[in-house]
Design a protein around this ligand. Structure first.
Ligand code: NAD
Length: 489
């Protein structure tokens, strides 16, 4: 059977790649190619940016904010109506569990509804100036064309974190999804046309980071880059600075999940397991360093092993599967090399640690290392897989010192029943999100982003829209008698 070949989506239609080339996209469960996606070039990026620029200066830019909100609501409804079909494509591309990807896709619809509601609620201010006959006010104007670059782990969710506020702000967009997971975005782009969006407001150019991503980051007509991904984010920051763009960067993490002996340990076990093994550990906020108070270390680790070893691994399309494959072959190799490194560094393998070729080419057992020192590379570097490093601590101060002794600052978990302790820990941790007695909670209403090497800027919540707006101050004078500039008053 001939496999499907996706094009780009530019100026309201699916478009062939200018270079005539496609890239295979694989099903991580079987390791087989299931479709091809267009391999874009700088020429395709140029065409898409021109379409986005013309929509920005044309119908989209002239549209009333309430009308933009209405279109966003229509798109959100269409996405929710098509959620199962889109989720199936996304699941095929990145091997996420069906149970997770269906609810995530519906949630993306809710996310657009939230920003649709904000489109006509962007408030300005009249500013007291202490000057007679003159007053100043602000207006917030859309930045223009924005570039959106996303990874493979939650393609649609992470795109919507940027696209929904950008569109609500009045920007137009060119999206570059991960080369491993591009198909779902092409299908979603078609829904924008169905919802009645003018051509050119949302464009998608697929292909490689070095080819399409860099062309987008360096394009002079792109005003802002919204990026989620790994270390390459810092290269994007430098390239964006050279062409005077602003950026939002959501990068990696090595988040501590800290369990005290006064915690509800049954709840903590569930939180720690979901923190590291949900999404097969391929989640930016994964609680990949477990800090356990030394008084409960052995008992808690045993409880963890008992709970995690019952997880069902296998076909991600089955609703009862709990742990699926690693999404890409390079990521599978990376996870296996970190497991080997942990052993070399002297950590003890308390659970898992092996590949499972009997289940598929990219399965890794949920893995727990004990006896980890915080200066080991497995404790400092993001693995982005189902590998948990357990580190004991004595008291609150030591937990804070270990928790913060890492270059990332995306998230942290604290498990305790003491309010004073919870407040001390959440104040002391240098991270963009602190979960107290839960882990991985998320909502479109709440800001998300990182301290330190975990990024720049915040997504979600009402303020995310500001990433896509410029503020203009207008000084308005009612006094037509302009003062003589050479006379001091
Ligand atoms: P990645 O950084 O390799 O790729 C992300 C995107 O950047 C892809 O679309 C890729 O093609 C593109 N890209 C690569 N090189 C580029 C270049 N030179 N110029 C422009 N674009 C380029 O990340 P990944 O492997 O796809 O995803 C995993 C990473 O994403 C992890 O580090 C993870 O922590 C991070 N992540 C962060 C968050 C967050 O919200 N903080 C969420 C999910 C994933």
């Amino acid at each position: 059977m001939e496999l499907k070949r996706y094009g780009h989506y530019i100026d309201g239609q699916e478009t062939l790649p200018s270079g005539g080339q496609h890239l295979p996209t694989e099903d991580p469960y079987t390791g087989q190619t299931w479709a091809y996606v267009a391999r874009g070039t700088a020429v395709d990026v140029g065409t898409a940016v021109a379409a986005a620029k013309s929509a920005f200066h044309g119908p989209w830019g002239k549209m009333r904010p309430s009308e933009r909100g209405r279109l966003l609501r229509r798109f959100a409804d269409l996405l929710i109506a098509n959620a199962d079909r889109i989720a199936e494509i996304e699941q095929r591309d990145n091997g996420k569990l069906a149970a997770e990807v269906v609810s995530q896709t519906r949630y993306v619809g809710d996310y657009f509804h939230y920003y649709a509601g904000l489109a006509d609620k962007i408030q300005s201010a009249v500013i007291p100036t202490d000057k007679q006959g003159v007053f100043a006010y602000t207006v917030h104007e859309a930045k223009g064309v924005v570039g959106i670059i996303t990874p493979w782990n939650s393609p649609l969710t992470l795109t919507s974190w940027k696209l929904a506020p950008a569109l609500a702000a009045g920007c137009t967009a060119v999206i570059k999804p991960s080369e491993f997971t591009s198909a779902s975005m092409i299908e979603v782009a078609k829904l924008f046309a169905e919802a009645g969006f003018p051509a050119g407001v949302v464009n998608v150019v697929t292909g490689l980071g070095a080819e399409v991503g860099e062309a987008l980051v360096t394009h002079p007509d792109v005003a802002h880059i919204g990026f989620t991904g790994g270390e390459v984010g810092w290269r994007i920051y430098e390239l964006a600075a050279k062409s005077r763009k602003t950026v939002t960067l959501e990068l990696g993490g090595k988040s501590p999940n800290i369990v005290f002996d006064d915690a509800d340990l049954d709840q903590a076990v569930k939180g720690v397991v979901s923190g590291i093994f949900a999404a097969t550990g391929q989640s930016c906020q994964a609680g990949s360093r477990l800090l356990v108070q030394d008084t409960i270390h052995d008992a808690f680790v045993q409880k963890l092993i008992d709970f995690a070893s019952a997880a069902k691994m296998g076909d991600p399309s089955k609703m009862d599967t709990q742990i699926g494959p690693i999404a890409t072959r390079p990521q599978f190799d990376k996870v296996m090399s970190y497991i080997a490194l942990g052993l070399e560094e002297g950590a003890t393998l308390a659970m898992g640690g092996k590949a499972r070729p009997d289940l598929g080419p990219q399965f890794v057992e949920p893995t727990i290392f004990t006896g980890v020192r915080n200066d080991m590379r497995v404790a400092q570097e993001e693995i982005f897989g189902p590998v948990l490093c357990v580190i004991p601590f004595k008291d609150e101060d030591e937990a804070l010192a270990i928790g913060n002794d890492v270059r990332f600052g995306l998230a942290a978990g604290v498990w305790t029943q003491g309010l004073k302790r919870a407040m001390k820990m959440s104040a002391g941790i240098r991270a963009g999100t602190v979960y107290v007695n839960n882990y991985r909670a998320t909502s479109f209403t709440s800001p998300f982003g990182g301290f330190k090497d975990s990024g720049i800027g915040r997504e979600s919540g009402p303020d995310a829209i500001k990433e896509y707006l410029e503020t203009k101050t207008v000084w308005l004078s009612s006094d037509l008698d302009v003062p003589n500039p050479f006379i001091r008053r």
